[in-house]
Design a protein around this ligand. Sequence first.
Ligand SMILES: Nc1ncnc2c1ncn2[C@@H]1O[C@H](COP(=O)(O)OP(=O)(O)OP(=O)(O)O)[C@@H](O)[C@H]1O
Ligand SMILES: [Mg+2]
Length: 233
Amino acid sequence: MLTFQHLSKTYGSGLLQNTALKDVSADISCGEMVALCGPSGSGKSTLLNLLGLLDTPTQGQIWLDQQPVPTDPAALAQLRCRAIGFIFQRYNLLPVLTALENVEYPLQLLGVAKSERRARAMALLEAVGVGQFAGQRPDQLSGGQQQRVAIARALVKAPPLVIADEPTANLDGVSAAQVIDLMQQLGRDANTTFLIASHDPRLYERCSRLLTLKDGVLVENQPQSLNPARRAG
Ligand SMILES: Nc1ncnc2c1ncn2[C@@H]1O[C@H](COP(=O)(O)OP(=O)(O)OP(=O)(O)O)[C@@H](O)[C@H]1O
Ligand SMILES: [Mg+2]
């Protein structure tokens, strides 16, 4: 589903040059929930930005659904818009839009008609348990509620790939577990592939694979075949 080979990323130039990612390769199957771990500064966000097509590698190649990702910026933006959902640590909801409008927004970008996008967005808000807050703006919601809205927004277009950067870092233990469960439940039917950077060991237990980065190098690529959460699923 997602393959990347020999990915490297160097920021800056000359004396200020910093290689954040060094020759990273892996192959991720459809429907996997992959945790990306490693110490602060090890390159997790850098790798997610490359795989989310938000940034381009200095070297290496990415394939999505066995197609090499395009180099043309417009084609790249279109693919990102259609195929990839994002969840961030700070939720990144648009502050002037209601919860419902935030979830509708990715469908609007895809040209979905208003009545259909409203219905789909509402169904997702209900599915993540915040339907009653549909008309409220992000600043009127708790962190856990905002992250549920952000999950609904990431999944509303049923993207084959969801990229999440520390989605539980701002949440208490109970909310964090609920958020992970929701991602798993909502992704199961559509066989969504998740790639999640996290420092949270509770999340690793629920993932099908752990990728560990250290100083920009992939030091471990470990399938979690005996993972009870995945077996039960
Ligand atoms: N835009 C940038 N310009 C220059 N250097 C950068 C940039 N983004 C990241 N870096 C550097 O790349 C390295 C990897 O950073 P990255 O943000 O990928 O780490 P991380 O594993 O996500 O860390 P954390 O767990 O703290 O989020 C760090 O040394 C960082 O300073
Ligand atoms: Mg990071």
